[in-house]
Design a protein around this ligand. Structure first.
Ligand code: ADP
Ligand code: ZN
Ligand code: MG
Length: 485
């Protein structure tokens, strides 16, 4: 199979993080009871008139300016087709004049091959459809008893981002989606939760002999609900197509469905015909004509660095390994918060070490986002002061931080309540050292016979008897002097 390469282009639907829907003032909210966030506009009742949500346009422009798109005049069209969860029988979308044209996303290097640039064809605004809920059987339409429709999602603002066919492997597709998600999250354009459907990826893939400059026939793959399944579906489809063409067959242009359960793509039963959507300009909406000044204001208010640039800056400023810096930079909100702490006096290296270790470990364990757990401003500054004046050892500081992330209390309050102050008092520690030395005559003998390494055992015993609160530096000095004859 090595004589062939995959050619992949993605169409990514992103639900925008606006307060209200695309053309009405219903809440844009996931998880509300069915059919509670609805009105005549998003139900498509006759006579209801749409009004464009300026916040959605602003988020589209924020994305476009960040990835180098050209922002221009945009027109809404009606895309006509029938679907039970789309009551108007047309979807308002953008057709030949989308809000964002061109642009590119640079995907960081997967290997020594270096970074890949994936060009964007366009990013356009449209409205989401409602959601069909199939009841009975497996929950899929073919064996359901009946189907319910929830119109809460109907009219939710979507940005559809279309790439050029610049991706060459499933792994690259995965890296691109991760990069795009990080960019959208960093910009606050979307909450990018694939499991809640706020980011959905349709993947187009063809194969061709390596070195060929023409494209093969593409297949569109749908229904992947995680970044991992995007990669799995593409890997499966690549192998299927190569097997087909090397056996002398031909790839059929079709839409295929990824089935997570059997890890295969399946063709739709009836062969799909090219849809004629009969696009025509939406007569109830005026064109969007963003003036330069507005576009520049949006660009200026957005974060100046994309996640990859941010990661490089963090690695340089904090002396952090690239992977740890990236882990912080790709966690929405975290690097901004840490930088504010550094601006308020926290040590940059210490702050990023805490962020990349304690904070990310906590987020991984709990599945929470940084936005969920972010403690009050000044937390790292205070923690740094407690380490600086030797109230806390670094180890105790990590313990206090773990508590902060759960309880959101101030480090000083936690230290006071839990009695976590480090013991640095010479007299107090000298007494404990004397006890430990007296209780371990064998060890003392071995030390004095020249095995200096055993001092570590005695230090450990002192730490243990103080529940880790003894100042390790002070203990070490005290143990050494107690052992010298
Ligand atoms: P269609 O008109 O069938 O929707 P488009 O030209 O609009 O096709 O492209 C849709 C998506 O498919 C884009 O992301 C594009 O990059 C990708 N694409 C187009 N041709 C190919 C191909 N031969 N192989 C893989 N992907 C392709
Ligand atoms: Zn509505
Ligand atoms: Mg198309």
């Amino acid at each position: 199979m090595s004589g062939y390469e995959a050619v992949i282009g993605l169409e990514v639907h992103v639900e925008l993080a606006t307060a209200t829907k695309m053309f009405c003032s219903c809440p844009n909210e996931f998880g509300a009871p069915p059919n509670t966030n609805i009105c005549p506009v998003c139900l498509g009742l006759p006579g209801a008139l749409p009004v464009t949500n300026a916040a959605a346009v602003e988020l589209a422009i924020r994305f476009g300016t960040a990835v180098g798109s050209t922002i221009g005049r945009a027109i809404f069209h009606r895309k006509n087709y029938f679907y039970p969860d789309m009551p108007k029988d047309f979807q308002i979308s953008q057709y030949d004049e989308p809000i964002c044209v061109a642009g590119a996303v640079v995907v960081p290097a997967l290997d020594e091959a270096g970074p890949t640039t994936v060009r964007l064809v366009r990013a356009h605004l449209e409205e989401d459809t409602g959601k069909s809920v199939h009841v009975g059987g497996t929950g899929r339409i073919h064996d359901a008893d009946h189907t319910l429709v929830d119109y809460n999602r109907s009219g939710v603002p979507l940005l559809e981002i279309v790439t050029e066919p610049d991706i060459r492997s499933a792994e690259q597709a995965r890296a691109f989606v991760n990069e795009l998600r990080a960019i959208l999250a960093l910009l606050g354009v979307s909450d990018v939760k694939m499991e809640e459907g706020s980011l959905r990826v349709d993947a187009n893939i063809s194969v061709r002999p390596a070195g060929s400059t023409t494209f093969g026939t593409k297949v569109e793959v749908k229904n992947m609900n995680s970044v991992r399944s995007v990669a799995h579906a593409l890997e499966f489809e690549r192998a299927r197509q190569i097997e087909l063409v090397t056996a002398g067959g031909a790839v059929e242009q079709e839409t295929r469905h990824w089935d997570e359960a059997d890890a295969r793509t399946h063709g739709m039963r009836s062969k799909e015909e090219a849809m004629d959507y009969r696009y025509f300009p939406e007569p109830d909406l005026v064109p969007i004509a963003p003036d330069r000044e507005w576009v520049e204001r949006i660009r200026a208010a957005a974060p100046a660095q994309l996640p990859a640039e941010r990661a490089a800056a963090i690695a340089a400023a904090a002396g952090l390994p690239a992977n740890l810096a990236a882990a912080v930079a790709y966690t929405p909100g975290l690097a901004d918060w840490v930088d504010a702490e550094v601006g308020a006096g926290a040590d940059v290296t210490q702050a990023y070490v805490w962020a990349s270790q304690e904070v990310l470990a906590h987020l991984n364990e709990t599945g929470k986002t940084w936005v969920d757990v972010a403690p009050p401003p000044g937390t790292f500054v205070e923690l740094g002061e407690l380490v600086g004046d030797a109230t806390l050892s670094k180890k105790l500081a990590r313990e206090v931080l773990a508590d902060v992330l759960v309880s959101r209390r101030r480090p000083r309050d936690i230290v006071a309540e839990r009695g976590l102050e480090q013991i640095s008092d010479d007299a107090e520690l000298a007494a404990i050292v004397a006890e430990v030395v007296a209780a371990n005559p064998d060890t003392v003998e071995r030390y004095r016979a020249g095995n200096e390494k055993v001092a570590g055992f005695l230090v450990g015993q002192v730490m243990k008897s103080t529940a880790g609160k003894a100042n390790p530096g002070v203990v070490q000095a005290l143990v050494r002097s107690a052992l010298e004859p």
